[in-house]
Design a protein around this ligand. Structure first.
Ligand code: FAD
Length: 125
Protein backbone atom coordinates (compact mmCIF):
# COMPACT_ATOMS: atom_id res chain seq x y z
CA UNK A 1 0.00 0.00 0.00
CA UNK A 2 1.04 3.63 -0.47
CA UNK A 3 2.63 5.54 2.44
CA UNK A 4 0.19 7.88 4.19
CA UNK A 5 0.12 11.56 3.19
CA UNK A 6 1.99 13.86 5.55
CA UNK A 7 1.48 17.49 6.60
CA UNK A 8 3.04 19.90 4.08
CA UNK A 9 6.40 21.50 4.81
CA UNK A 10 7.08 25.13 3.72
CA UNK A 11 8.07 23.94 0.23
CA UNK A 12 5.01 21.83 -0.50
CA UNK A 13 2.74 24.47 1.02
CA UNK A 14 4.44 27.14 -1.09
CA UNK A 15 4.04 25.22 -4.36
CA UNK A 16 0.35 24.61 -3.73
CA UNK A 17 -0.24 28.17 -2.61
CA UNK A 18 1.48 29.74 -5.63
CA UNK A 19 -0.65 27.49 -7.86
CA UNK A 20 -3.77 28.89 -6.20
CA UNK A 21 -2.58 32.53 -6.18
CA UNK A 22 -1.40 32.53 -9.81
CA UNK A 23 -4.57 30.77 -10.95
CA UNK A 24 -6.65 33.38 -9.13
CA UNK A 25 -4.65 36.12 -10.88
CA UNK A 26 -4.93 34.40 -14.27
CA UNK A 27 -8.72 34.24 -14.00
CA UNK A 28 -9.19 37.77 -12.60
CA UNK A 29 -11.37 39.95 -14.90
CA UNK A 30 -9.50 41.52 -17.81
CA UNK A 31 -10.88 44.86 -16.58
CA UNK A 32 -11.95 44.60 -12.95
CA UNK A 33 -14.91 46.60 -11.64
CA UNK A 34 -14.38 48.53 -8.37
CA UNK A 35 -16.05 45.89 -6.19
CA UNK A 36 -13.77 43.12 -7.56
CA UNK A 37 -10.74 45.31 -6.90
CA UNK A 38 -11.81 45.95 -3.31
CA UNK A 39 -12.51 42.23 -2.81
CA UNK A 40 -9.05 41.25 -4.08
CA UNK A 41 -7.31 43.80 -1.88
CA UNK A 42 -9.17 42.38 1.14
CA UNK A 43 -8.30 38.81 0.13
CA UNK A 44 -4.59 39.53 -0.33
CA UNK A 45 -4.40 41.52 2.92
CA UNK A 46 -6.01 38.73 4.90
CA UNK A 47 -3.98 36.09 3.04
CA UNK A 48 -0.75 37.88 3.99
CA UNK A 49 -1.77 37.71 7.65
CA UNK A 50 -2.96 34.10 7.81
CA UNK A 51 -0.46 32.31 5.53
CA UNK A 52 0.71 29.53 7.86
CA UNK A 53 4.46 29.94 7.35
CA UNK A 54 4.95 32.86 9.70
CA UNK A 55 8.34 34.11 8.51
CA UNK A 56 7.07 33.91 4.92
CA UNK A 57 3.93 35.85 5.82
CA UNK A 58 5.90 38.56 7.63
CA UNK A 59 8.23 39.18 4.67
CA UNK A 60 5.32 39.11 2.26
CA UNK A 61 3.43 41.72 4.31
CA UNK A 62 6.49 43.94 4.29
CA UNK A 63 6.79 43.58 0.50
CA UNK A 64 3.09 44.45 0.09
CA UNK A 65 3.54 47.60 2.20
CA UNK A 66 6.19 49.09 -0.08
CA UNK A 67 4.66 52.09 -1.90
CA UNK A 68 5.31 50.58 -5.35
CA UNK A 69 3.59 47.29 -4.42
CA UNK A 70 0.56 48.63 -2.54
CA UNK A 71 -2.84 47.39 -3.73
CA UNK A 72 -5.06 50.44 -4.12
CA UNK A 73 -8.56 49.74 -5.48
CA UNK A 74 -9.78 52.22 -8.09
CA UNK A 75 -6.35 53.69 -8.73
CA UNK A 76 -5.69 54.71 -12.33
CA UNK A 77 -3.16 52.23 -13.74
CA UNK A 78 -3.05 50.39 -10.39
CA UNK A 79 -2.13 46.74 -9.78
CA UNK A 80 -5.78 45.76 -9.27
CA UNK A 81 -7.09 47.28 -12.51
CA UNK A 82 -7.26 44.03 -14.44
CA UNK A 83 -5.83 40.59 -15.19
CA UNK A 84 -2.62 41.76 -16.85
CA UNK A 85 -1.61 44.23 -14.12
CA UNK A 86 -2.57 41.94 -11.28
CA UNK A 87 -0.73 38.97 -12.85
CA UNK A 88 2.42 41.06 -13.23
CA UNK A 89 2.10 42.11 -9.59
CA UNK A 90 1.76 38.48 -8.46
CA UNK A 91 4.70 37.50 -10.67
CA UNK A 92 6.78 40.22 -9.00
CA UNK A 93 5.73 39.01 -5.55
CA UNK A 94 6.83 35.46 -6.38
CA UNK A 95 10.10 36.66 -7.92
CA UNK A 96 10.87 38.53 -4.71
CA UNK A 97 10.66 35.21 -2.85
CA UNK A 98 12.65 33.46 -5.61
CA UNK A 99 15.46 36.00 -5.17
CA UNK A 100 15.39 35.64 -1.40
CA UNK A 101 15.70 31.85 -1.70
CA UNK A 102 18.39 32.00 -4.40
CA UNK A 103 16.07 30.50 -7.05
CA UNK A 104 16.10 31.77 -10.61
CA UNK A 105 13.61 34.50 -11.52
CA UNK A 106 10.63 33.74 -13.69
CA UNK A 107 10.22 35.74 -16.94
CA UNK A 108 6.95 37.58 -16.27
CA UNK A 109 6.35 38.04 -20.01
CA UNK A 110 5.48 34.30 -20.02
CA UNK A 111 2.97 34.59 -17.19
CA UNK A 112 -0.14 33.98 -19.31
CA UNK A 113 1.39 30.92 -20.97
CA UNK A 114 2.38 29.39 -17.65
CA UNK A 115 -0.85 30.11 -15.79
CA UNK A 116 -3.68 30.56 -18.30
CA UNK A 117 -3.20 29.53 -21.91
CA UNK A 118 -0.53 26.82 -21.74
CA UNK A 119 2.78 27.05 -23.61
CA UNK A 120 2.81 28.02 -27.24
CA UNK A 121 3.66 24.76 -29.04
CA UNK A 122 1.22 22.69 -27.04
CA UNK A 123 3.13 21.13 -24.12
CA UNK A 124 0.07 21.50 -21.90
CA UNK A 125 -2.62 19.80 -24.03
P1 FAD B 1 7.75 27.53 -6.48
O1 FAD B 1 8.54 28.74 -6.13
O2 FAD B 1 6.73 27.07 -5.50
O3 FAD B 1 7.04 27.81 -7.89
C1 FAD B 1 6.10 26.91 -8.47
C2 FAD B 1 6.07 27.14 -9.97
O4 FAD B 1 5.64 28.48 -10.22
C3 FAD B 1 7.43 27.07 -10.66
O5 FAD B 1 7.74 25.78 -11.01
C4 FAD B 1 7.26 27.98 -11.86
O6 FAD B 1 6.68 27.30 -12.96
C5 FAD B 1 6.26 29.00 -11.38
N1 FAD B 1 6.88 30.28 -11.02
C6 FAD B 1 8.08 30.51 -10.42
N2 FAD B 1 8.27 31.81 -10.21
C7 FAD B 1 7.17 32.43 -10.71
C8 FAD B 1 6.80 33.80 -10.81
N3 FAD B 1 7.57 34.79 -10.38
N4 FAD B 1 5.60 34.08 -11.38
C9 FAD B 1 4.82 33.10 -11.85
N5 FAD B 1 5.12 31.79 -11.78
C10 FAD B 1 6.29 31.46 -11.22
N6 FAD B 1 9.67 29.59 1.32
C11 FAD B 1 10.70 29.83 2.17
O7 FAD B 1 11.51 28.94 2.41
N7 FAD B 1 10.86 31.07 2.77
C12 FAD B 1 9.98 32.08 2.54
O8 FAD B 1 10.12 33.18 3.12
C13 FAD B 1 8.86 31.84 1.67
N8 FAD B 1 7.94 32.81 1.45
C14 FAD B 1 6.84 32.53 0.72
C15 FAD B 1 5.84 33.47 0.59
C16 FAD B 1 4.67 33.19 -0.10
C17 FAD B 1 3.58 34.24 -0.21
C18 FAD B 1 4.49 31.90 -0.68
C19 FAD B 1 3.19 31.55 -1.39
C20 FAD B 1 5.48 30.94 -0.57
C21 FAD B 1 6.67 31.23 0.12
N9 FAD B 1 7.69 30.29 0.24
C22 FAD B 1 8.75 30.55 1.07
C23 FAD B 1 7.68 29.03 -0.54
C24 FAD B 1 8.53 29.18 -1.82
O9 FAD B 1 8.16 30.35 -2.55
C25 FAD B 1 8.37 27.99 -2.78
O10 FAD B 1 6.98 27.77 -3.03
C26 FAD B 1 8.98 26.69 -2.28
O11 FAD B 1 10.33 26.91 -1.94
C27 FAD B 1 8.90 25.59 -3.38
O12 FAD B 1 9.63 26.06 -4.51
P2 FAD B 1 9.63 25.40 -5.93
O13 FAD B 1 11.02 25.52 -6.44
O14 FAD B 1 8.99 24.07 -5.90
O15 FAD B 1 8.72 26.35 -6.87
Amino acid sequence: SLPPDCPPDAEALGRSTWTLLHTIAATYPTAAPPEKQAEMKTFMNIFSRIYPCWVCAEDFQRWMERPENKLVPGQEGGHLGGRFSFGQWMCGAHNEVNRKLGKSEFDCRRYEERWRTGWAGGRCD
